[in-house]
Design a protein around this ligand. Structure first.
Ligand code: GDP
Ligand code: MG
Length: 163
């Protein structure tokens, strides 16, 4: 069975930045093959020799936070149906929002493993503000900087361990 990891979250939290980072090495290989079109929403990645597919759920990313609940619900449901693991991303810059609560509520209905990621923790000074996300009622989250890549290793260690 193939492992499919979906990155879910509201616009601008940093999903595509993480997606591109996870694909980096593989895309370098694909690029050298003439005629291969890179798919921006599905990509192949691997961690510690374990292959997986990554889905960037970006369909409602229109550069605004003013997204319809119905559209969010659709995107989350698609990701949940297709994925074997889910990365739910929020970010410390915007803090915890109503939309985050709504997405998490939808995700919890699935019995697939969910990894809660707080992005844009670019330095240790953002670790303390990130603790506000415990208000979601969660036991654990991963702090990440998709921009620099810090924290991605700890996350991926756990994601591939649970495959
Ligand atoms: P998406 O809408 O969830 O796919 O978010 P994007 O990946 O397009 O990122 C939205 C914005 O956040 C862009 O300007 C990114 O450069 C920025 N961004 C993404 N990850 C980080 C991060 O770890 N730290 C900081 N400071 N900015 C980030
Ligand atoms: Mg995006």
């Amino acid at each position: 069975m193939s492992n499919i990891v979906a990155i879910v979250g509201r616009p601008n939290v940093g999903k595509s930045t993480l997606f591109n980072r996870l694909l980096e090495r593989r895309e370098a290989i694909v690029d050298s093959t003439a005629g291969v079109t890179r798919d921006r929403h599905y990509g192949k990645s691997d961690w510690n020799g374990v292959d997986f597919t990554v889905i960037d759920t970006g369909g409602y990313d229109v550069g605004t936070d003013d997204i319809f609940e119905e559209e969010i619900r659709k995107q989350v449901q698609l990701a949940v149906d297709e994925a074997t693991s889910i990365i739910f991303m929020m970010n410390v810059e915007d803090g915890l929002t109503d939309t985050d609560y709504e997405i998490y509520r939808l995700l919890r209905r699935s019995n697939k493993p969910i990894y809660i990621v707080i992005n844009k923790v670019d330095s240790s000074k953002e670790e303390l503000p990130a603790t506000e996300f415990y208000q979601l009622g969660i036991d654990k989250y991963y702090t990440l900087s998709s921009a620099t890549g810090s924290g991605t290793g700890d996350l991926l260690d756990d994601v591939v361990r649970d495959f």
